[in-house]
Design a protein. Structure first.
Length: 274
């Protein structure tokens, strides 16, 4: 199974290189995912030339991250703030979470909130936007299990572009010590989308993503899996309404993810200001 995941990861990287070669000019001159939390670190976009600030707040029927429910399949509230200045960006994003059914006491590995801090640069070259950044995932007041701290950091590298309303993207995330101290982990994602012409006040977009998590330490072999999603997003002024199907290839009875990584439909609504 690890070999297949590694092959998929390599294929994503090769596809990104081929995309670059096909569209880059002879001389130097976004999609969903976090996660679908809607923060700038997860939705590559062309970097603005002036400094700007924005805030977002919303709710989701189930906070899913890389195919796995982070809120124990319950609704939760999310929000964040982003700042951009030229090619530079930084921000913070937070969500309610729940890793353990019921009340998780000391050492249970449970947490009630996730706070992500991120920063990076988004230079452009012709029709391409690159994204080079770092993300720190923090779980304040978490009941960490012994030797399994939830906090971790990832480095991010990606490229995306939009042509005739089609968007394509490829991103690599690398953590030297993934969540719960599970070691060296590389995540590869590829995305595709299409934005339709506005229908009155509504601008629809269909998009999808496939990703693979590949571990390189023996203590994190259980992390190797593939995830994917496909959905419809409706932009109405400053509001976004997202209807998304998620699934993974994780066996339904796999512990401790029993039932938290199977197929599911998720609805997310958010507003972004200004």
């Amino acid at each position: 199974m690890a070999t297949n995941k590694f092959s998929l990861m390599c294929t994503a990287a090769v596809a990104a290189s081929a995309l670059f070669a096909a569209v880059a000019p002879a001389s130097a001159g976004d999609l969903f995912g976090r996660r679908d939390g809607g923060s700038i670190k997860d939705a590559p976009a062309e970097a603005p030339r002036r400094c700007s600030f924005s805030f977002n707040v919303g709710g989701t029927t189930d906070y899913v991250f890389r195919g796995i429910s982070q809120s124990y399949e319950d609704p939760t509230v999310q929000g964040g703030a982003d700042a951009t200045c030229g090619i530079f960006y930084a921000g913070v994003w937070a969500s309610g979470i729940d890793f353990v059914k019921g009340k998780g006491g000391p050492g249970s590995g449970d947490a009630s909130i996730e706070v992500d801090l991120y920063a990076g640069i988004k230079p452009t070259w012709g029709p391409l936007t690159f994204d080079l950044g770092v993300i720190y995932y923090a779980y304040p007041s978490a009941n960490d299990a012994p030797g399994a701290e939830l906090d971790y950091v990832e480095l991010k590298g990606g490229v995306s572009g939009t042509w005739n309303n089609f968007s394509l993207g490829a991103t690599l995330f690398w953590s030297p010590d993934y969540t719960a101290e599970t070691g060296n982990v590389l995540t590869a994602e590829g995305s595709i989308g299409y934005t339709f012409a506005a229908m009155g006040p509504v601008t629809p977009t269909i998009n999808g993503l496939v990703g693979t998590v590949q571990s390189y330490d023996s203590n994190s072999a259980q992390l190797d899996y593939t995830y994917w999603n496909v959905g419809l997003s409706l932009a109405v002024d400053k509001f976004t309404f997202d209807f998304r199907y998620w699934d993974t290839d994780i066996n339904t009875g796999t512990l401790p993810l029993d039932g938290l990584a199977d197929e599911r439909f998720v609805f997310t609504a958010k507003v972004t200001l200004p």
